[in-house]
Design a protein around this ligand. Structure first.
Ligand SMILES: [Zn+2]
Length: 352
């Protein structure tokens, strides 16, 4: 099975976060049928090829988001339509997965002066817990490539994610006498405005400034009651200049509401351009742009220098009629193979 057939098969197996067992079994069987020795841990699949001191991890995620409204095709019956494969997860991130699987299976082990690991993770779209579980099973890796749709651009930085819940407090009163109470909705509005007015003078050359969005809000017990409490959620994207802890401190200082941290462990990442993994990616993929990755991915929990690079276009992710161009997936497979060889350098032949 080459990259295209692999992708068709991967997309035909539904794998919404939490339901990755069947696709995990398929990936495991494919790898072992092709001479590898894959393991499954907490639903994640991983394997390695080659040996030596230096090591490199290629990883992508198996799970998808649920089907969104607006699809005009069957999201679980992938079709090849004029060089594009349509289906849920085709772009995010089964195109990367198929290309990585094809690359590692095709790799000539005798040419490697090091060990390459591959992993297919669960739950990337919800908690990123899968990559955390895989990292506990692997020895410390020298570097990592995370497969996500970047149009094969080399992403050397990534924004972090901080999720906060805020509780604005007020005092109830009858709605006919609003001045006798304190309206928690208005307190929340004030805090949201204060947070949005925060200034971040330092802009990262690839990622720009942090962003803050209020994404959920709830208050009120009846149409005629001044609400005593209003809860709202802030989704904050951090940068290397303003990491999650720094942003939390700035927000706590700016608001009157109680601040409850919901997620703080996914920090932004950046890797210097002279790092070996970036040099290997550039030599394997010399036409690629080098840029930042605007979203969040498994790289946040990988404790090694890493890049994000994969076929597809992130505008297609989580969108109806998601598709990926087959030519990009095939190109990605070749580029991953080259990158692995360039990263380790060729064996000198003394072992024969
Ligand atoms: Zn993804």
């Amino acid at each position: 099975m080459k990259a295209k057939e692999l992708l068709l098969k991967l997309v035909s197996i539904q794998s919404v976060s939490g339901g990755e067992a069947e696709i995990g079994e398929f990936i495991c069987k494919y790898l072992s049928d092709n001479g590898l020795d894959p393991k499954i841990h907490e639903g994640n699949v991983y394997c390695s090829k080659g040996s030596g001191k230096d090591s490199l991890l290629l990883t992508s995620h198996m799970d998808t988001v649920p089907v969104c409204p607006g699809w005009t095709r069957n999201p679980n019956k992938p079709t090849d339509d004029g060089g594009k494969i349509f289906g849920l997860g085709s772009n995010d991130a089964k195109g990367s997965m198929a290309a990585m699987m094809d690359a590692i299976v095709s790799l000539d082990e005798s040419m490697l002066d090091g060990k390459v690991f591959f992993s297919a993770t669960v739950q990337e779209e919800v908690t990123n817990c899968g990559i955390g579980q895989v990292m506990k099973k692997l020895p410390r890796v020298g570097a990592a490539v995370v497969g996500e749709p970047t149009g094969l651009d080399i992403c050397t930085s990534m924004k972090g994610l901080l999720i906060l819940k805020l509780k604005a407090k007020g005092r109830s009163a009858h709605a006919s006498r609003p001045s006798e109470g304190i309206n928690a909705i208005y307190s929340a509005m004030g805090d949201i405005q204060r947070v949005l007015a925060l200034d971040f003078p330092k802009s990262h050359n690839q990622l720009g400034k942090p962003s803050i969005a209020a994404t959920m809000i709830s208050a009120g017990t009846g149409n005629n009651v001044i609400p005593a409490q209003c809860e709202f959620t802030l989704n904050i994207r951090s940068t290397p200049f303003y990491d999650n802890n720094k942003l939390l401190a700035l927000i706590e200082k700016a608001v009157k509401s109680e601040v409850i941290v919901q997620s703080i462990r996914l920090n932004s990442r950046t890797v210097p351009e002279k790092e070996k993994i970036v040099l290997a990616a550039r030599s394997a993929n010399s036409a690629a742009a080098i840029r930042g990755f605007p979203a969040m991915c498994d790289l946040a929990l990988i404790d090694a220098p890493g890049i994000i690079m994969g076929p597809g276009n992130s505008a297609q992710s989580h969108a109806p009629d998601e598709f990926i161009e087959i030519s990009q997936v095939e190109k990605a497979s070749i580029i991953y193979g080259k990158l692995i060889k360039d990263y380790f350098g060729k064996k000198q032949g003394k072992s024969r």
